[in-house]
Design a protein around this ligand. Structure first.
Ligand code: SAH
Ligand code: SF4
Ligand code: F3S
Length: 441
């Protein structure tokens, strides 16, 4: 029996697919690469933007023919798209050949769903609104991200940024017990993973749901940094309103935590930030950036930005451009605002037209290309410690890796170095990527 999982969306989904794969492998399924060989195809979906949904719908549609030839093949859909109100019904209407649909709260029940589908010969549609998170943490995991191990520290989001679907499809924040997280990190370090990435929609509010002031993100980082072993530690995603000076101080004094912070700003205009319900101003945000730079001089930043949020004027957009110039991000993830059903912003009257959105995105990309290139150029001539993550996907004889500031590096070397940290002298750069030569280690 063979399976194939198609994963869309964020790292949270990537890791949940590793857990779903764990269940399937325990059932005796083996992974395959070609849809034609699969007895089960599972779509782990995303709903963050309309474009994500369209892509997923197109991919599901492509399976119609194959399913007609292979009647016993099971097609299952889970994740954020299925969790939205009305979607399971819509999916079945559009794609009557789909066998199983479940949501974000009951992924630990995959085996049951498959067995039910097989024995009852009936479609299985099961969406829950809540769950006991310990079920998800007990799931077996088939880690597929090379030398990196993902570790959930919390689930859900309480922020309700007015554009965002995540709080509706992932539920409220629930933190994992600190000792469980510690044990999992100790285990993956023992197993030889060289990087641990902590996952949460808003890692800085870790512990807020527990009601004990000692259970917070700063203490969690401190605890994990004390674990012995050769590993790097990083996390995503931070919310600017919640990241504390204490967290930055801990990164500055830590042994394992990367000098890199993904701190999504979304907009540089206070008016837009307010309408987005982000609960900080551009000035508050920049103060945090400055504080981090003062404590960790080589730190690099990346960010997410939405252009064309309802009511965004040319002046608001220019505020975003100005903030981007001030911060000097290593990398930006830039998105055109997309209306999401059921969110507050969906009903805002002052939607920006598509041509304006596209034009703003183009200008922002051009600016960031310039800035990103400049940030990368500062590394030329320097020797940096590079953790080798894999062979280069296209260039034979080359390796890829990352610096302690999370910059991507390409250089010539042998695959036996994967998982090792080597010294590389940087010779050139192109946009966000550094190119160098390995030094004698
Ligand atoms: N929890 C994380 C990630 C959220 S989703 C955080 O708070 O940063 C990743 C990014 O998608 C967001 O940071 C935002 O920039 C973008 N995004 C979310 N909803 C969107 C929408 N409706 N339209 C366009 N981009 C959106
Ligand atoms: Fe969405 Fe905001 Fe929560 Fe991030 S913090 S997941 S952008 S609601
Ligand atoms: Fe998408 Fe869900 Fe992640 S909507 S971005 S997969 S939390």
């Amino acid at each position: 029996m063979k399976y194939l999982i198609k994963t869309y969306g964020c790292q949270m989904n990537v890791h949940e697919s590793e857990k779903l794969a764990g269940i399937l492998e325990n059932m005796g399924y083996k992974v395959c690469e070609d849809e034609k060989d699969a007895d089960l195809i599972l779509f782990n979906t995303c709903a963050i933007r309309e474009s994500a949904e369209q892509k997923i719908f197109a991919h599901i549609g492509e399976l119609k023919k194959l399913k007609a030839q292979k009647k016993d093949m099971i097609i299952a859909i889970c994740g954020c798209m299925s969790q939205q109100t009305g979607y399971p019904e819509n999916i079945l209407k559009k794609f009557p050949f789909v066998d199983i649909i479940f949501g974000t709260h009951n992924i630990s029940e995959l085996e049951d769903f498959i067995l039910k589908r097989k024995s009852l010969k009936k479609k299985v549609v099961d969406i829950k609104e809540n769950e006991d998170i310990s079920n998800r943490d007990l799931m077996p995991k088939k880690r597929t991200s090379g030398i990196n191990a993902w570790v959930n520290i919390m689930y859900g989001c309480n922020n309700f940024c007015t554009y965002c679907i995540v709080p509706y499809v992932r539920g409220r924040e629930v933190s994992r017990p600190i000792n469980d997280i510690k044990k999992e990190v100790e285990n993956v370090v023992k197993e030889g993973y060289k990087q641990v990435t902590l996952l949460g929609q808003n890692v800085n509010s870790y512990g807020n749901d527990v009601g004990d002031e000692n259970v917070n993100f700063a203490n969690l980082l401190k605890t994990l940094d004390e674990i012995e072993g050769d590993f790097r530690l990083t996390f995503m995603t931070s919310h600017p309103k919640d990241i504390s000076k204490e967290v930055i101080d801990i990164i500055a004094g830590s042994k394992h935590i990367l000098h890199y912070l993904h701190l999504p700003v979304q907009s540089g205009s206070d008016k837009v930030l307010k309408a987005m319900n982000r609960r900080y101003t551009a000035e508050n945000y920049f103060e945090k950036i400055e504080y981090a730079k003062s404590k960790i001089p080589d730190i690099e930043f990346s960010s997410d930005i939405i252009v064309g949020f309802p009511g965004e004027t040319e002046e608001d957009f220019n505020d975003t451009m100005e903030l981007v110039k001030k911060v000097q991000y290593e990398q930006l993830f830039m998105f055109i605002y997309s209306k999401r059903k059921g969110t507050v912003a969906e009903k805002m009257g002052n939607q920006v037209d598509l041509a304006t959105k596209k034009d703003r995105l183009k200008r922002l990309i051009a600016l960031q290309n310039e800035i990103g290139s400049k940030v990368a150029e500062k590394y030329i001539g320097k020797t940096v410690d590079v953790l080798v993550s894999d062979v280069h996907p296209k260039k034979q004889g080359y390796l890829i890796g990352t610096t302690f500031t999370n910059k991507n590096v390409n250089f010539a070397g042998d695959r036996s170095l994967i998982g090792k940290t080597v010294k590389v002298k940087i010779q050139s750069s192109k946009l966000t990527v550094l190119y160098g030569i390995m030094e004698e280690n």
